[in-house]
Design a protein around this ligand. Structure first.
Ligand code: PXP
Length: 251
């Protein structure tokens, strides 16, 4: 079977900051949320410092890194300002994502094929600084090949299309994710996945083999309104333990 011992959970705490920024208060604190996620068994804290600073702020990522509650995975656009900040912050991991100001959330994966020059420079800079880099990509063989050619050790597969799909289209999206993961693994890439995952669709996502880490944000923060963030994290971890079996690769 192709699944490692336990798939890790990266909890994306952006929307704890969204609630704070909505009123310009100092609460709720992403740092306190991170501590609670750690106590509930989360493995990694993921935070997206967007160029427009709509939720997570610079002080949040520095506090998360300094307090070292859990390893920090910084989601980041490939812009000069954010790359310089990452080189100063030195998170344990950095996931490069495409970013548009008008989007509600990250839409689609990186076009690594068309932007290999700029991305290659950033992958080199971050890697030389000791940061483990991943590239957020669609489950598309050309994009995965391009990520491997740049020397990134890891990709994060965009699960958004699968998570929104129904019926036959969901089956199609799931087989793209499975093929993408198998292909990435055959190239020696570590495989993470994320976007749009919640309590109902996670069983399907967990059919994808070779998953190292799932990054989940919105659904955990939304559920935490009802049951608290420790319970929301525990519920997702229980699903991971129950359903992680990782389907086989097609021959
Ligand atoms: N992974 C990446 C690369 C993302 O950009 C996001 C959204 O910030 C997530 C995972 C988490 O997505 P969601 O909030 O839908 O769980």
């Amino acid at each position: 079977m192709s699944t490692p011992s336990r798939i890790k959970l990266g909890v994306n705490i952006d929307h704890v900051a969204t609630v704070r920024q909505a009123r310009g208060t100092v609460y709720p604190s992403p740092l306190e949320a991170a501590g609670r996620c750690a106590r509930a068994g989360g493995d990694i804290i993921t935070a997206h410092l967007r160029e427009d600073r709509r939720h997570i702020q610079d002080a949040d990522v520095y506090a998360l890194k300094e307090q070292a509650v859990l390893p920090l995975n910084l989601e980041m656009a490939n812009t000069r300002e954010i790359v310089l900040l990452a080189l100063d912050l030195l998170p344990e991991e950095a996931c490069i994502v495409p970013e548009k100001r008008e989007e509600l959330t990250t839409e689609g994966g990186l076009d690594v094929v068309s932007h290999s020059g700029e991305l290659g420079r950033t992958v080199r800079l971050l890697t030389e600084a000791g940061i483990e880099v991943s590239l957020f990509v669609e489950p598309d063989i050309k994009q995965i090949d391009a990520a491997a050619e740049l020397g990134a050790p890891c990709i994060e597969l965009h699960t958004g299309s699968y998570c929104l799909a129904e019926g036959e289209s969901a089956e199609h999206e799931l087989s793209r994710l499975i093929n993408g993961a198998c292909h990435a693994q055959s190239l020696g890439l570590r495989v993470n996945a994320g976007h749009g995952i919640h309590a109902e669709n996670i069983e399907g996502v967990l059919q994808v083999p070779f998953l190292d880490t799932l990054n989940i944000g919105h659904s955990i923060v939304a559920r935490s309104i009802m049951v608290g963030i420790e319970n929301a994290v525990s519920e997702i971890l229980e699903k991971i333990r129950t359903y992680a079996r990782g389907g086989d690769c097609e021959q």
